[in-house]
Each structure stands twice: as structure tokens, then as C-alpha cells.
Write a protein that binds this ligand. Structure first.
Ligand code: SAJ
Length: 449
């Protein structure tokens, strides 16, 4: 165990007979071959990281397009530095990509857990665990990295894996090690962030820790699976609740005609206050999803968590009500939406508030021109910047991509029918846009122009 680890094995509370691995040789055997299931934003960087640290990694994805792209030397997602790392991993021969799992020393499940009707759809986790069953051997380690509602590792994953005839904690090791990396900064955070490992027994936690220690420089804390599951969903819940507070404050400021950005800046001068930023809503596959996993497990207790989700989910509607005011009386209006990704400088559009805004605008028969230098979305195709602005009556900045800060109000204004802009992120220099003849509005001020 690394010197900077904290081991809480005694607090796991498992009976000695349950926690003892019966095969001491396999308990000591090194982990060489790793099979990673799911090659998305977490599975692909993890596979490449392990492969470039000397492990023989089989990356598995059920999507044949993803397998083909990686086998042809590319990647299917945008993340700084990832293409180079994956290429180094595949060229070294240490990373191969397949559609089905193979025998290995350890399996890492990193598949999506989408939200359906405010509940976790664990279908991908179930399928991934089932696909491991035929190749699971005594002494193997299985790690669940996907974010899941508390108790999933013990009550769903362990029973599925035990269809192999092997017993979790006795014949194979099982742990939940939630991913904690920030999209856009994954390659640094996957190494530097502290990790939480919840072992089904102490040996499982220690075994998983050895694997992560091969590339993690942050601290590693060991606990039980349900605690690790709750820790993970509460990290994202903490952030979501705090953004809801900022978003609610922005609504208050709109009403009082006070500048929310100034209020936040000045309040944050207090040594114990750190308000987050309001915006058009909270997106991505994490913050807008994970708090519901807590609500699902504790519907009566999780009141603040539910309300915060509802506040953040109501922001696109609020933004569209401002657009409504701005385009009132204009026949057949066109709105330019700047950004469809859920946050700046990423290509991920999952749960993006931009999509909710576009849907609401289209429901009002607005023509919409979507501009995004990073993201693509099959349902809502993007256009080139000039095309997006041509004949537009209002531009709305939804995503804080760096490219948008450099847009030319003079050039783009000359293409528009009505020169109006709404900045929902406090990311543009609106004085410049006003100087170019725009009616420019910043979300969270309540000023009419
Ligand atoms: N947002 C705001 N105001 C803010 C901060 C963010 O409106 O002050 C919005 C963003 O625009 C975006 C959403 O919230 O729509 C989420 O963005 P984010 O950057 O806060 O987080 P994610 O979803 O990209 O990544 C989070 C991270 N969790 C935490 O910081 C606690 C990351 O560490 C997790 O690994 C990731 O979720 C995950 O995969 O769970």
C-alpha cells in the first residue's frame, strides 16, 4: 500500500470468513492484462493510461463504429491530449480494441448510466457485467467505475458476476472506484486527483488500489462500495446544488434589476463564501443526472437536492422567456444559438441546456441557426458562423467556448436582420457589441438593454 493511502479496512464490517480470499496464489498474483468495458470519456483515457504504463489492455465497446475509429488510429471524442495518448498506446501494441471482453486479470466497467424518468438506467452496467461472466476466473479483480446509485455494486453487479459460479469477495475481488475527472482536463486529473475505492472486502480494495497506484499520483482512500457510491454522487450533487443557488440568485437579481455577476464577485470577497456562476442551465452527463440517483434512493429525505435540480432545469425556459421579449413583434424570427455543447471547449452535448433552449425556440416556430466549433449533434445540425448569423434577429450565447470571445460584432452584425445579443455566461465583452450597434443583454441583470 502506498504511504499516502488511508486504509479503513476494519470499518468495512465484513465477517472474516467472507473477506478471506481462498486462493492465496491468485491473491498475490500481479495484474498484467486488463479489460476495460466502455470506451467513452472515461474508459478510453483509462485504457490508454494503463496501456502506456505497461499493462496489456483490451478496450471493449459494443459500438462497432468506435472500435473501427480507434483501430484506424483515431478517437471518437474531443479531449485535449487524448488522441496522442491513444495513438501511443495502440502503437506500442499494449492497447487493442475489441467488441467483446476477453480473459484478463482485471476488468474495469466504465459504461454510461443514463437517466430515464429521473431514475438510473443500469442496463449498460448489467450488460457489461453479464459479458464478463463467461471469461471471469478465480482471482480476477472487477472494478465498477461508472457512476451509480448507492448499493448498485453489492446488489446488482455482484449477483450478476456470481452467475459465473464464483463468489464475490471469496473467489474474485470486486470494488467500486468512481471516476472523478473533469471533461476538458481529463488527462491531468486522471493522474492527479485523489481516488476513492470501495472494496466489497478489504482485499478487494487493496487489490484495486495496486492497479490505480500504477498511474495515480493523488491519494487513494479505501472504503466500502456503498460509501464510495454515495461519495461520488454527492460530489456532483454538491456542485449542482451550489449552481442552483447561483441560478436562483440570478433570478432574484433579474427581478430586482441588480447585476448578479457583481453581487457574486463582491460576496466572494468574504473568506467563507464561494458562490458559483449562474448560466443557462446545468448540463452534461454528471451534474444533471447524478443528484437524481440520490433522490431515487431517498425520495423523502432528498428535498433540497430535488429542488436544486428543478431550479437548474428551469433555466432554459427562463432564458427563452427573455428571448421572447427581445424578438417580440418580429415576424418569422431567426435566433442564432452560440454553442450546443454543455459547457465551454468540450464537444459533449449530453443534457446540454442549449438543446432544451433550441427545442423551446423551435416549438415557438423560431428559425434557429446553431453554431458550435467543437460539438456536433445529429438531431440539431450546426452551421458555419456566418450562415448562423445571416438574417438573424437575435444571437444567444449559451456555451462559453473560447472561440466565441473572438467573434467580430461588426462583421456578424452586418449579416443580421436585427442586431441583438443575449450573453447567458458573462463571457462576451458586451460594450464592444453595443458599440457595433447591438442591443446587448447579460443574463442576471434584468436591465432591458
Ligand atoms: N456550471 C455552471 N456554473 C458553474 C459551474 C458549472 O452553470 O459555476 C455548469 C456547466 O456549464 C455545465 C455543468 O454545470 O453545464 C457541469 O459542468 P462542470 O464543469 O461543473 O462539471 P462536469 O459535468 O463537466 O464534470 C463533473 C465534475 N464534478 C465535480 O466537479 C464535482 C467532475 O469532476 C466529475 O468527474 C464529472 O462531473 C463526472 O463525470 O461525474
Amino acid at each position: 500500500m502506498g504511504s499516502n493511502s488511508q486504509f479503513r479496512s476494519l470499518s468495512l464490517g465484513l465477517p472474516a470468513s467472507h473477506s478471506a480470499i481462498r486462493n492465496p496464489r491468485s491473491a498475490r498474483s500481479p495484474l498484467r492484462k486488463i479489460c476495460v468495458l466502455g470506451l467513452g470519456y472515461i474508459g478510453l483515457p483509462t485504457s490508454a493510461m494503463l496501456a502506456t504504463h505497461g499493462f496489456a489492455v483490451t478496450g471493449v465497446d459494443v459500438n462497432s463504429h468506435i472500435v473501427e475509429v480507434i483501430n484506424n488510429g483515431g478517437i471518437h471524442i474531443e479531449e485535449p491530449g487524448l488522441n496522442t495518448l491513444v495513438q501511443a498506446a495502440t502503437k506500442s501494441g499494449n492497447l487493442v480494441v475489441r467488441r467483446k471482453p476477453e480473459k484478463a486479470d482485471a476488468f474495469i466497467i466504465a459504461v454510461p448510466t443514463p437517466l430515464e424518468n429521473r431514475k438510473a438506467n443500469l442496463g449498460y452496467v448489467e450488460s457489461a457485467a453479464e459479458s464478463i461472466v463467461p471469461v471471469l476466473k478465480k482471482g480476477n479483480l472487477v472494478i465498477l467505475e461508472s457512476t451509480v446509485p448507492p448499493t448498485t455494486t453489492e446488489e446488482l453487479v455482484a449477483p450478476i458476476l456470481e452467475h459465473s459460479g464464483l463468489k464475490a469477495g471469496r473467489d474474485f475481488y470486486l470494488a467500486h472506484c468512481p471516476e472523478r475527472v473533469l471533461p476538458g482536463n481529463i488527462l491531468r486529473e486522471i493522474i492527479e486527483n485523489d481516488r476513492i475505492i470501495g472494496g466489497i472486502n478489504p482485499e478487494s480494495a487493496v487489490k484495486a488500489e495496486k492497479l490505480y497506484r500504477s498511474f495515480v499520483s493523488g491519494r487513494i482512500f479505501l472504503t466500502d462500495p456503498t460509501t464510495a457510491e454515495l461519495v461520488k454522487v454527492m460530489e456532483n450533487t454538491y456542485r449542482d446544488v451550489n449552481i442552483a443557488l447561483a441560478n436562483e440568485l440570478a433570478n432574484v437579481c433579474e427581478n430586482l434589476e441588480v447585476d448578479v455577476w457583481e453581487v457574486i464577485e463582491l460576496a466572494n470577497k468574504h473568506p467563507r463564501v464561494s458562490l458559483l456562476q449562474p448560466g443557462p442551465g446545468v448540463g452534461g452527463h454528471c451534474l444533471s443526472v447524478d443528484p437524481w440517483f440520490v433522490v431515487e434512493k431517498a425520495p423523502l429525505e432528498a428535498q433540497l437536492i430535488r429542488l436544486s435540480r428543478e431550479i437548474n432545469d428551469s433555466k432554459p425556459q427562463f432564458v427563452v422567456s427573455i428571448i421572447d421579449e427581445m424578438i417580440e413583434g418580429i415576424p418569422n424570427p431567426k435566433v442564432t444559438v452560440l454553442g450546443i455543447a454543455y459547457k465551454g471547449n468540450v464537444d459533449d452535448t449530453r443534457e446540454s441546456p442549449a438543446i432544451a433552449i433550441i427545442r423551446l425556440l423551435e416549438a415557438k416556430s423560431c428559425q434557429v441557426g446553431i453554431v458550435d466549433p467543437h460539438a456536433k449533434n445529429l438531431e440539431y445540425p450546426t452551421v458555419e458562423t456566418k450562415e448562423g448569423f445571416t438574417n438573424s434577429d437575435c444571437a444567444i450565447l449559451v456555451t462559453d467556448h473560447d472561440e466565441f470571445k473572438a467573434l467580430s460584432p461588426e462583421e456578424l452584425g452586418s449579416l443580421m436582420r436585427t442586431k441583438q445579443i443575449l450573453d447567458t455566461r458573462h463571457c462576451l465583452n458586451l460594450e464592444r457589441w453595443k458599440a457595433a450597434g447591438f442591443k446587448a443583454r447579460l443574463l442576471g441583470q434584468g436591465f432591458k438593454s
